[in-house]
Design a protein around this ligand. Sequence first.
Ligand code: GLU
Length: 305
Amino acid sequence: MTDFQTILDEIHHEIRPLLAQGAVADYIPRLASVPHEKFGMAVVTLDGQLYQTGAATEAFSVQSISKIYTLTLALQAIGDRLWQRVGREPSGNAFNSLVQLELENGLPRNPFINAGALVVADVVLAASAQPRTQLLTEIRRRADNHGLRDDPEVAISEKAHGFRNAALANFIRSFGNLDHPVEEVLDFYFYQCSLAMSCVDLARGFLFLANGGRCPWTGDTVLSADQAKRVNALMLTCGTYDAAGDFAYHVGMPAKSGVGGGIVGVIPNRLAVAVWSPALNAKGNSLAGSAALELFTTKTGMSIF
Ligand code: GLU
């Protein structure tokens, strides 16, 4: 049997020299004050066993990781019709790039670049009378933590500096691919990005994707097995910014990262694993977090390949 606890402790020890490297995201000023050297990691297996190391219970800003949950709500609401408004290809560009949108008539390449996430947010706004409450309730249930909440200071900080996202939203709306006012879409998007979760929350909160779309503790069918398979495929190809190929090569599992320094991955039918270290590499993925996940798949011998 795999000794996950020993492996996590080894990884924590081995990545220590990396904690001085990389840079914390500072384009959202509130994120710039998070200590550089933090590290946490958690694994939850399908039978509910939890293993953790470091600051695994400390909540941090999930940022783009929230895009998995809004995509989930959008798929629950409109299913495959979503794909008429957003694509499923890696963009080959930065997550907040504007260039491709003009060439492709306001149809974002995938749901995880910011342009795609804004369209997904628009779908959630149309489908729900109380989108914030619905999103928070969904995340609390999946993570089995009813104390989870957003961090309004992060949302305010991002809103005050969110010129690029505002540009993206206006641009998409000019192509008719947003139905709600830009301000409303942005407010919901900044809200989702400001949700705060720990590695333990995230590992628990992604386990439904390792379990054919079913939440192991509530028994809820969150997504059909077919949809869960496809969300995992999107995470593999588009979940770790413009470095998804390199991430698949080094780590070998579907994963979603965020500029708060979190990365969550799943090994279908086995486990979910989350890591947090705020300093990012040049592509925007947690530097120590990426290395930790590579060590994890190497040491456990578990990957999807
Ligand atoms: N709120 C961030 C932004 O829109 C999310 C980026 C990310 O985590 O990838 O820039």
